[in-house]
Design a protein around this ligand. Structure first.
Ligand SMILES: [Zn+2]
Length: 203
């Protein structure tokens, strides 16, 4: 049976969410149709608002609705430390855990040769500038404990070598293959408290 055009379009769009296949998308869209129309309109507006208003902080790349996010603007934060994360979602997870009071830097990418992904060079250049400008004395790498996380951490370390800044990495407590974005507060607390300084390459 051919579905009406608008319905088919929405199901196709919905099916782009990670972990949502066509069947699940169809079930969700039909559920939405069975609800009061006000809810669906509010949802459509909320999606448009997020897309139009939420952007990356000019300083650190975290999500914000202003030019500079509330973390970068907060003078009570420890500005001598920058926690480097791969994604905005990881930044939210670290921040919501409440275990960290320094600044962040969102790379906006990771090193994954199999997926042909690299860390955006502009983000690394910006990080180097911030290290100088803010007189940062410690960089904390919060990368996922998996191969891509290791590669990303080593690449950041290499890029920052010329700055001479101390670099540590969250390690203990995070399950191998796990994700910063889904770690709970206690796990992140232990991982932060027991962070280890990364060894420098010998020439
Ligand atoms: Zn910021």
């Amino acid at each position: 049976m051919n579905l009406p055009g608008p319905l088919e379009r929405l199901i196709n769009l919905w099916g782009k969410f990670p972990g949502v296949g066509e069947k699940t998308a169809r079930r969700m869209v039909f559920f939405m149709l069975s609800q009061e129309s006000g809810w669906a309109h509010a949802m459509a507006r909320a999606i448009a608002d997020v897309v139009d208003q939420v952007r990356a902080c000019e300083e650190c790349g975290a999500i914000t609705t202003d030019d500079v996010c509330f973390i970068c603007s907060d003078n009570s934060r420890d500005r001598s430390k920058i926690c480097v994360v791969e994604t905005q979602e990881d930044c939210v997870a670290m921040e919501q855990s409440g275990v960290y009071n320094g600044l962040y830097h969102v790379l906006g990418g990771r090193c994954s040769p199999l997926d042909d992904e690299e860390i955006p060079k502009a983000s690394l250049d910006l990080l180097k500038k911030r290290i100088h400008k803010l007189s940062v004395n410690e960089i904390i790498l919060a990368m996922d404990p998996r191969i891509e996380g290791d590669l990303t951490a080593f690449n950041v370390q290499e890029a920052l070598e010329e700055t001479g800044v101390r670099i540590s990495r969250l390690s203990y407590g995070l399950p191998v293959g796990g994700s910063i974005g889904y770690a709970d507060r206690a796990t992140l607390h232990v991982a932060l408290a027991s962070r280890r300084e990364m060894e420098r390459e010998e020439d």
